[in-house]
Design a protein around this ligand. Structure first.
Ligand code: ZN
Ligand code: ZN
Length: 127
């Protein structure tokens, strides 16, 4: 029996939530079981339009540089430009920065995306 669309969407949200790291469509498709690629694309598009999923473009040489992540998590990411792994880092210090932005620019931050590019420990050891 085919999975209901709503169940499938929920599955994708749970997947991204559980991983806590951005995944590209290929990785999501591989983890999403028996669904075809266009179904995955459509579900992600829908979830993004509903604000449940966010996407970022990573300025990297990765094949597919658009990555999706759960909108429910406030995570900051490190992306290794060599092995293309993501690593989460905690949000320490951001509250202070948001306060400063509000004070200095009268701009109230509702959300932030933070991505650091560089080389991971493993790749630094290899190069
Ligand atoms: Zn690396
Ligand atoms: Zn990359």
């Amino acid at each position: 029996m085919r999975k209901r669309l709503t169940d499938f969407r929920k599955e994708l949200v749970d997947l991204l939530d559980g991983r806590g790291l951005p995944l590209n469509v290929k990785e999501i498709h591989e983890s999403a079981g028996d669904s075809d690629l266009s179904t995955v694309y459509r579900a992600l598009e829908y979830l993004e339009s509903q604000g449940m999923v966010r996407s970022i473009f990573v300025p990297c040489s990765c094949d597919r540089s658009k990555y999706y992540y759960s909108a429910g998590k406030h995570l900051h990411f490190l992306h290794c430009e060599r092995c293309h792994s993501f690593y989460p880092v905690p949000c320490a210090g951001m509250k202070k920065m948001e306060k400063k932005i509000l004070d200095d620019y009268r701009f109230s931050v509702t959300e932030h995306v933070l991505l650091f590019m560089g080389r991971c420990e493993k790749c630094r050891a290899e190069s």
